[in-house]
Write a protein that binds this ligand. Structure first.
Ligand SMILES: *Cc1c(COP(=O)(O)O)cnc(C)c1O
Length: 425
């Protein structure tokens, strides 16, 4: 697989290089020079999720990594269930929330971990990541037990929920968690400082498990195929998929699935009040505004960094702009969406409810809609209980860790202290 840098087209890299580098020169995103087309989509849709995912990822990576390796990686990464549930006769929920950390980020993070494990082979590597909750948990679980890779996760002390903390700070082994006296921005700064210290970077073979990594996007293509496969065949003619979007990695993966041949009529880019993309689609002007805090906080992104990939894909595929419509969903509309779903017997959470609301308002009579559920309701327990006036039960992965001890080390937001601590692990 070959990729080029969107900011410096002459920089060409292999998949292996792109995974290890993350970003290209001038902070440019890597983009595939060719999208492999799949033949006989109907037969593919009849396969089970894992077998089909092997076929999909082999089309991208088989030549470079070897088909046997691709198969092993997919089987190890995708070892948890996903589901499609009918909400009503015209609308389906794609639940990506049954992984070890109860969020769709498990798919991308687990596949990326398998890629790095294969590509680093006997070299040691250190993954350093800052988190405000979800990403750190997905990354920690994804790399847990991969012995040549050490993981250090930084999070702001006291600023994530106790259950969130228990989900990834109780693992031990190769997972090292640091509770930082400071804010999420301080944690991000410590990660930047680490990458700027070239000697340190080299010594510990530093890598990030950043969400712009191409391996994560390729993994996410697979569940779009599963969504379509589980919708009854007589409802697949005019499919509309609604994606709750923040950094727009998820939507990029959906569009890549279409480029590979998945029959989707159109996509909806549903955002919260951080609506840079819906405004851009309406006016043609890219004007990020200061980030607004909402209850769908994983989507509180005002400068989505995957958007250039979507623009490029639309261009090279020659797709009409109408393929993607942007919709902003306000906080009160999200609450309404969550209540509507609950009234139909479906329990959701703020991110999924945004996608569902966007869909409901624009779905035409001859269309079938699918919205993505990106997090388990229990991960947003407070909001869900408050909006719906109900009590939630803890799902298994959270119940399992509720009594475990937190193993984090407390540090100040000071680079030399972090450096000492990482060198000691
Ligand atoms: C990360 C995240 C999103 C946004 O996904 P993008 O790929 O960044 O657009 C939506 N919902 C949840 C729960 C997330 O964790």
């Amino acid at each position: 697989m070959e990729l080029y840098n969107l900011k410096k087209n002459e920089q060409r890299v292999s998949f292996s290089q792109a995974v290890k580098l993350g970003l290209g020169d001038n902070q440019g995103l890597f983009f595939p020079t060719q999208v492999p087309a799949l033949t006989d989509i109907d037969a593919l849709l009849k396969q089970d999720f894992v077998s089909r995912s092997v076929t999909i990822l082999d089309a991208w990576l088989g030549d470079e990594l070897g088909s046997d390796n691709v198969e092993t990686m997919v089987r190890k990464a995708f070892n948890f269930p996903l589901a499609v549930t009918a909400v009503n006769s015209q609308t389906y929920a794609l639940e990506l929330t049954h992984g070890p950390t109860l969020a769709f980020k498990d798919f991308g993070a687990r596949f990326m971990a398998q890629c790095l494990n294969l590509l680093c082979k006997d070299e040691r590597a250190t993954i350093l990541t800052a988190t405000s909750g979800d990403t750190g948990a997905a990354v920690a679980h994804a790399f847990y037990g991969l012995d040549n890779i050490k993981v250090a996760v930084l999070y702001p002390k006291g600023k994530i929920s106790l259950l969130q903390e228990k989900l990834f700070c109780t693992l031990g082994g190769n997972i090292h968690t640091f509770s930082v006296e400071g804010s999420f921005d301080d944690c991000q700064q410590l990660v930047k400082d680490s990458f700027d210290d070239l000697e340190f970077k080299q010594e510990i073979r530093l890598n990030s498990a950043n969400s712009i990594n191409i391996s994560r996007l390729l993994a996410q293509i697979c569940y779009y195929f599963e969504a379509v496969a589980q919708v009854p065949a007589d409802k697949r003619d005019n499919l509309v998929i609604s994606v709750p979007s923040g950094n727009f990695g998820d939507l990029t993966a959906g569009l890549l699935a279409k480029a590979m041949g998945l029959p989707v009529k159109r996509f909806m880019a549903a955002t919260n009040e951080n609506d840079t993309v819906p405004r851009y689609l309406a006016t043609g002007e890219w004007q990020p505004q200061p980030t607004i805090s909402t209850r769908a906080n994983a989507m509180d992104v005002s400068a989505p960094n995957n958007w250039p990939r979507i623009e490029e894909l639309m261009k090279v595929q020659g797709w009409d702009k109408s393929l993607v419509s942007g919709i902003k969903v306000t906080e009160s509309e999200m609450c309404q969406g969550l209540k509507d779903l609950h009234a139909q017997g479906y329990l959701c959470e703020p991110h999924g409810a945004i996608a569902a609301f966007a869909l409901k308002n624009t779905l035409m009579a001859d269309e079938t809609g699918i919205f993505l559920c990106t997090a388990h309701p229990a991960k947003f327990q407070e909001s869900v209980e408050d909006i719906l006036n109900i009590k939630l039960e803890l799902p298994q992965p959270l119940a399992d860790v509720a009594d475990k001890a937190i193993l984090s080390k407390e540090i100040s937001a000071d680079f030399s202290e972090l450096k000492q601590s990482i060198l000691a692990i």
